[in-house]
Design a protein around this ligand. Structure first.
Ligand code: REL
Ligand code: ZN
Length: 417
């Protein structure tokens, strides 16, 4: 085991940070078996909701007109506004350029139709393999909703588990945030529930979750919560968590992931692009972790203002794993800031990033940009240790990166291979 010299340190860390295999523990990507749910290619990339909201800042176009355009027309419109009329310097726009470059396309030509043609020659399977290889992604966790009419048949036909690189996470947003709608859905699926919180309703909702966890082999339950989420409270959410979510997670031995701090539809005309962030109350997470010490919680928050407190909380509860720089925090300056203080407060015992990709090729830029920052921050720390005479070996650098990019997640699940 040779020690890495100071001269080689930064470069070694960077090389390994860019290449160690990743488990992407929260995405909106799907295995090819899910058909049209798996988005990929130039037009899906350009119509990413992050780019839609950025485009409208430069246009007087009616929102409603945008939504009547074909996907290709929308992509052309966004390309012109964000890439030709202005320089693509935002994270999402520069990310598209990183993708073109890594796919070997001629970035300098700025010829969108050439890019389209180059990708249209590929099959979805080829593209999935190529992108995972370029991005160094080994395992991908999807977002799976049994109430989704397109998705449900894939699971019922047994096709949801054919590609071993993809894993399921069971989304429970409707149960927690729109109970009225959930009652309808559950009844349609044959569960004997009613709007009123009866013992039978609780039992049947637990049965629904347990059956779907098993059917999907779901790694965890997941939900996005608004910033005004309170726990404990005298409301539907607290009852659902205490009477249904926690008992089922305990029985199935899986974590509960809460992504807290979203304010949906601030501008409804923008569709998915119209969601906003809001500050949250970290004490809800504190109360959950204290009340259920045997239950594991995967937590991320959307407001920058909550990050430090949440990281401190993770020092207090080993059943709390913080993860990712979510959504509006997935920009280089925030990733840098958050990674730095997380490392300073928790060492490597956290999950510094997830991609939240919606379009397959985004794996390339989201991970490349983040890997570089994680490597750089880590290199600073090793250099400091080196000055005190503590030398690290390449094996140790690999171990630390493997923990952060891959193993911490599986270990937290109790599935540390
Ligand atoms: O999982 C979620 O709730 C969010 O990540 C999504 O709602 C969001 O639209 C996503 O695209 C953000 O990156
Ligand atoms: Zn997400």
């Amino acid at each position: 085991q040779t020690v890495v010299s100071l001269a080689d340190l930064r470069q070694t860390v960077e090389r390994l940070a860019l290449s160690m295999p990743v488990t992407d523990m929260h995405t909106h990507l799907y295995a090819p078996e899910f058909g049209e749910m798996l988005l990929w290619g130039i037009d899906d990339l350009l119509t990413y909701h992050y780019l839609i909201s950025e485009s409208f800042r430069w246009s007087e176009e009616e929102y409603s007109h945008f939504w009547t355009m074909s996907k290709r027309e929308q992509a052309d419109w966004i390309w012109k506004l964000l890439f030709l009329d202005h320089s693509p310097v935002s994270e999402a726009a520069s990310g598209f350029i990183t993708i073109l470059k890594r796919l070997g396309l001629d970035v300098s030509s700025r010829n969108l139709d050439d890019y389209r043609q180059a990708l249209s020659k590929r099959t979805v399977h080829e593209q999935v393999d190529t992108v995972m290889q370029i991005a160094g992604i080994e395992k991908i966790v999807m977002t799976n909703d049994p109430f989704d009419p397109v998705e449900r048949p894939v699971w019922l036909s047994g096709n949801g588990k054919t590609d071993s690189r993809f894993y399921a996470a069971l989304r429970v947003d409707t149960l927690l945030n729109d109970w009225h709608h959930a009652v309808n859905e559950l009844q349609n699926l044959g569960y004997d529930v009613q709007a009123e919180w009866t013992e039978r309703t609780r039992e049947e909702t637990r049965r629904f979750l347990a059956e779907w966890i098993i059917r999907m082999d779901a790694l965890y339950l997941a939900v996005s919560m608004p910033g005004d989420f309170k726990y404990p409270a005298d409301d539907h959410r607290s009852k659902m968590i205490d009477d249904v979510m926690i008992p089922v997670c305990q029985e199935q031995d899986i974590p509960f992931a809460l992504m807290i701090g979203v304010r949906r539809k601030v501008n409804p005309s923008l569709g998915l692009a119209g969601d906003m962030s809001m500050q949250s109350d970290v004490s809800a997470v504190e109360a959950l972790c204290r009340r259920y010490p045997e239950q594991k919680f995967l937590i991320t928050m959307l407001a920058r203002e909550n990050q430090h407190e949440l990281t401190v909380l993770a020092r207090k509860f080993r059943n709390l794993m913080i993860f990712g720089c979510w959504w509006f925090l997935h920009i280089e300056s925030m990733v840098e800031e958050m990674t730095r203080f997380r490392l300073e407060l928790l060492g490597t015992s956290m999950i510094p990033q997830h991609s939240d990709c919606r379009v397959f090729e985004q794996l390339i830029y989201k991970w490349e940009h983040s890997r570089r920052i994680i490597g750089n921050v880590l290199a600073d720390k090793y250099e400091k240790l080196h000055q005190s005479g503590w030398n690290v070996t390449e094996e140790e650098i690999k171990r630390d990166l493997d923990d952060m990019l891959n193993r911490n997640f599986w270990r937290f699940l109790g599935k540390g291979q």
